[in-house]
Structures are given as structure tokens and as C-alpha cells.
Design a protein around this ligand. Sequence first.
Ligand code: FAD
Length: 422
Amino acid sequence: VTSAHVVVVGAGFAGLNAAKVLARGPVRVTVVDQSNHHTFQPLLYQVATAGLGADDIAHSVRGIYHDHPNVRFRLATVTGVDWAAGKVLVEDASPLAYDYLVLAPGATTAWYGVSGAAEHAFPLKSLPDAIALRNHVLAQFERADAEPGLIDDGALTFVIVGGGPTGVELAGAFVELFRMVLAKDFAHLAVDRARVVLVEAGDRLLAAFHARSQDRARRTLEARGVEVLLGTAIASIAPHEVRLSSGDTIATRTVVWAAGIRAHPLADTLGLPQAAGGRVVVDSDLGVPGHPEAFVVGDLAAAADSRGSLYPQLAPVAIQGARHAARQILRRIDGQPTTRFVYRNKGVMATIGRNAAVAELPGGLRIGGFPAWVAWLVLHLWFLIGFRNRLNVVVNWAWNYVTYDRGARLIIEPPGEGRGAR
Ligand SMILES: Cc1cc2nc3c(=O)[nH]c(=O)nc-3n(C[C@H](O)[C@H](O)[C@H](O)COP(=O)(O)OP(=O)(O)OC[C@H]3O[C@@H](n4cnc5c(N)ncnc54)[C@H](O)[C@@H]3O)c2cc1C
């Protein structure tokens, strides 16, 4: 029996979930990813701030499909799709022929054309990004310890651009790392002079949340020592300073860009209509218009509800959409018509640091403080892949919580390389 071959591009939240559903069907599946592991992006900020190690939040893709002999993995970078030939083009290897295709390469950082941003700001999209940021931040403290005059030049000033969940979570984690851990490590350095500045162009933090949650997040961050600048855009970034829309400058060597994402550049090569942020326009069943054998899911897809509003680029949307697309492929093979994708809202949440978070659940229920923080911990553990990862994270979190310590504060960098070198 020759079963249909489905190629799944990307082993993120979307790709993994599509392959899991397909694995149970009468198909052969090839998952293609440019890295050999799945990364749990919502916890990247904890790797960047030494709360977790890199391997706590990543899982080998091959290991996920041990029990599914019809799923294969291919380590390769996809460069495009030859629609006419039904082939996925990959770098330095022959193309992969498919009968059905699931495209899920995710998103990339959007620099919005801000001068100096792509060159000097730190993105936070991948494990290498998180480790580069951790190296750099710890190195700033080492430099300032050796030469305290550098503090006046911004060595201990950390600017985060973007007041969405990532910016808020990172700001909260930075102040905790500095106050609770690095203050003890650097007993002879004026760690209390370290500044965390959160810059947001809009007039509120957490734009997607209710006004109460927004205020709670701002008040909590400010009480913990974060300087929150609302209604402020970044005009330009240079190696040792940022210029704000107001014309003011801040001396800093660390700008973290948490301001936005755009569709993966693969979207621009497909010859398909694109919506805001470069996302690929899909039919209501998540199929590619004119190519019913192909589906686009996750952050790459401009999937819309029945009123035409685009679904947000979030993990639950990616997971549900991918499962839906996989089921549509199985339906097609079965000769059944496809169905509309409807996202079931799971709510949104953001942690602000120790014992503090905001969570908004479906049905309008809002919680904050300690209960929201516990809900956040449980949910993230639940979605983390692999028993070993969950165990590691529980042990690390418990250790960090009880001891006010961070085990992963290591500078691991080939000498002279990366942005951390400056
Ligand atoms: C820092 C951060 C924090 C976040 N926090 C939250 C949160 O708290 N809650 C939430 O719901 N969402 C959160 N998100 C968003 C969430 O992570 C995304 O919506 C989700 O990962 C999208 O899934 P995806 O499968 O489309 O893409 P991804 O998970 O990004 O996966 C894409 C995969 O494709 C691979 N790939 C990319 N290009 C190629 C190529 N050319 N060839 C081969 N493989 C390729 C990548 O290596 C990757 O494995 C966060 C995102 C970030 C960056």
C-alpha cells in the first residue's frame, strides 16, 4: 500500500501538533525543521534571565516520534515551495516531494525599520537569542565590577522595547535577577544602580488585556523598580545609546527588542496573497487558496474568524489550527469535505515575576497576583513537552523560589563572538 506523503515544515507548536494528529492516520509524515529540537518559546525569557537552562525548554524532535514509525524527521532549511511540481525546496539537498503540505515555520522579529535595531538590539525568538542575551547581561555586570565608571555609560541600564507579554515578563525577571541574585554575586558593585527601562509606544502595557490587568501589571512592575515609559517610541539605537521619540537619549549597552513579529520570510517566497505582517492568507479551513493540498498554520497564517478578524499569533491558536489542518488532510484522503477552523479562546496570561501575574480566562474571568501566578506555572508545565523537561523545570523553579538563586547564570560564549562581546 502506498500511503500519501505529508510534509510538515516546522517543528514548533503548530508543526508538532499537526504531525501528532497525522501520525495516527494512514499517511507517511516528514517533519522538516532547521534545528533538531522544538523550542518552548513562552519560557525563553527565563533562559535569558538564568531561571532555566536551555535544555529545560527544548526537546529533540526525533525523540518525540519514537512511537510513530510513519513519522520521519529531516534536519533542513526550507527555502521555498515548487507548487507546480508539488515539492518543498530545501537548502543544499534535493527537494522533498509531497502529496499534502503543512507550512508552519512561524514568525521572525519585526524591526519596523528602526535605525540600528537589527544591528544592535537583542531579539528573543530562539534559544541562541536567549543565551546571547544571558551572556551579554551577565558580562555587563562583570565589566561594571571591573570598571565601575562604566555604570555612568549605561553598562547596567537595560532597555526593553515593547510592553506586550514578553516585555513585561522580561522586565519583571530582570529586576528579580538583579536584586535577588546578582546583588549577592557582586557584593562590591552598586547593583542598586542597575536600571530596567520598559519602553512602550502605546499608552498602556499588555494591549490585548483588560484595563485592570494593564494597570495591575504597570503598578507591580513599578513597585519592583522597573521604569515604565508609555507613549514612547524608539527613534534609533546605537551601540551605546537609544534615542527616544521625545528626543531624549538613554545611555545603554543592552536593548532587548520585544516589540513585534512578522511572518517568517518564507511567506514572501510563496507567491501567495499576504495580510498584515506578511502572514499568508488562508481559506476558512486553513487551506491555501488554489492549492487545496496545502495548509498554512501557526504564526505564518492569517487565519480569520467569521467576522474577518485575524486570530492572534499565540501558541493555542497554532496548536488548535495545526490539529484542524491535519484532520482536514485526513478528511480529504477519506473523500470528505473540509470544515471551517474556529479557534476556541483559551484566554491570555502574563507573569510579572515572583508571586505576580495577570490572567484572563474565557468568559471574562480575570485573576491577578498569586493565584494567577500559580495558574501560569501550572499551565506552562502542562504544555511543556517531555517528562524530563517538566521535572527539570519544576525542580529549577522550586529551587529558585526557595533559595532566591539562579543556577543557570553562566556566560557560555565563544570568545570575541556575538553581540555580548561589546
Ligand atoms: C519570547 C516569546 C514568548 C511567547 N510567549 C507566549 C505565551 O506566553 N503564550 C502564547 O500563547 N504564545 C507565546 N508566544 C507565541 C508562540 O510562541 C507562537 O505563537 C508559537 O510558537 C507559534 O507556533 P508556530 O509553530 O507557528 O511557530 P514556532 O513555534 O516559531 O515554530 C516554527 C518552527 O519552524 C522552524 N523553521 C523556521 N524556518 C524554517 C525553515 N526555513 N526551514 C525549516 N524549519 C524552519 C523553526 O526552527 C521552528 O522550530 C511567545 C513567543 C515568543 C517569541
